[in-house]
Write a protein that binds this ligand. Sequence first.
Ligand code: HEC
Ligand code: HEC
Ligand code: HEC
Ligand code: HEC
Length: 367
Amino acid sequence: MKIHQIIRFGLVAGAASLLAGCWERPPVDMVQHGYRGTGMAQVYNPRTLAKQADINTVPVALPAAPDEGPKAKDIYKNVQVLGDLSVAQFTRHMASITQWVAPQQGCVYCHNPANFAEDSKYTKVVARRMIQMTQYVNANWTQHVAETGVTCYTCHRGHPNPQDQNGQKAYWYSAGDPAHKGGMLGWRDGQNEPAYSVAKSSLPNDPFSPFLMGSQNIRVQSQHALPMGDNKQNIKNTEWTYGLMIHMSKSLGVNCDYCHNSRAFSSWPQSSPQRVTAWYGIRMARDLNNQFLGPLKPVYDTDDLGPKGDAPKVFCATCHKGAYKPLYGQSMLKDFPELARPTTDGKPLHPLEGEPAAEEKVAALAR
Ligand code: HEC
Ligand code: HEC
Ligand code: HEC
Ligand code: HEC
């Protein structure tokens, strides 16, 4: 190759790889979604859907165990949540969570095999809290998860650290201090530090702390012409909002008009019913992060914590993994009624006894 040919080849290859980042190879399918004439359509790529079919296959449930015989709390020493299950049901539950969360590692991922009652492994303490969280979601967040509900498998799918459809981590931490704090470039708020969570866009890399831990308004469009009254929206809020919206679209494998009519993003009457479900989803993720995930911080090893020392937390991708409904709406709950509602009567939801209340821990986290 002569030198000008090499340069030309380099330019063409460079342009092709640039395009490959934002372009899906045809054919793709268009499916009309909104009312006729509103131009609300979804674009599906059949190859992406085929790849996703594998991770969305539900594992076969173990045969149901009899309700008879002694209860787990009568036989075992340290059962705080699932004590009312029969020993047979309890054993089936242990085998199932092993299959869902730690199939490679087995029982020893959570247990010291010399003493199953001991709480010496942090994974067991986290798992107990996860059982309560799962029960809590299914009992209290039906506006989002409906009767379908969730199990450990919804988030874990055979990995102790939840992954998304591309094998990337499906949980988030508060972003660390930006690489270029101050200086000539000023505070960039995590912009132009392309993050996978916001589809490598130039948007802030952590739109989750303000909305999925904090409860800042997710509003861009104001009701007034001038900056007065409720019109407090600034560019930073707007960029956070778009960062979150990109995460939501990507996590569900849909585009913006799955929920919005793009001529009026803020208008609820022109939005689809899915936008209402999404609204509850935002509040649910926030609630879980504040009540369950964030307060687990003292339990984890330090290398499991984020750059700011916070615990891993959930967002839309944790459950959805590229599907409009996790597992395409298949429910596993009917086979695991013990996960459908709280099984510990009268016990507080915070089993980390001696720990400060969730609110105090969250406040400490923000300082
Ligand atoms: C993902 C973590 C995890 C895995 C994996 C796991 N367990 Fe457990 N195990 C727990 C938790 C949490 C408890 C306590 C439940 C409670 O408090 O209601 C528990 C309690 C127990 C107990 C009661 C011990 C006692 O005396 O208090 C037994 C027995 C047990 N598990 C057996 C098993 C077996 C057998 C396996 C493998 C098939 C297994 N577990 C896998 C988390 C796990
Ligand atoms: C809503 C999603 C969700 C559900 C449902 C869920 N988990 Fe988790 N789980 C997470 C996230 C996020 C983490 C943090 C990942 C990490 O530790 O890196 C986690 C962490 C864990 C860990 C610690 C892993 C480690 O090595 O740090 C265990 C054990 C665990 N979960 C068990 C369970 C069990 C058992 C259930 C069902 C009773 C369950 N989880 C249900 C999202 C979920
Ligand atoms: C799964 C549903 C869903 C998808 C997909 C979605 N949004 Fe949203 N969007 C919402 C919800 C719900 C709110 C309101 C959030 C709240 O008030 O808590 C919102 C709010 C907004 C707002 C603020 C509107 C206002 O009142 O100021 C804008 C702008 C926006 N979205 C743009 C987008 C863009 C751009 C995309 C595509 C990249 C997108 N959204 C994808 C559900 C969605
Ligand atoms: C704890 C797991 C979990 C998390 C986290 C979660 N979802 Fe969901 N979501 C579900 C389940 C389960 C369903 C299916 C409910 C049903 O069958 O109707 C669902 C359904 C939906 C739907 C309805 C889809 C349709 O076509 O009817 C939307 C929209 C949605 N979720 C958006 C979101 C957004 C946005 C987030 C993040 C802010 C989110 N979800 C976080 C579990 C979750």
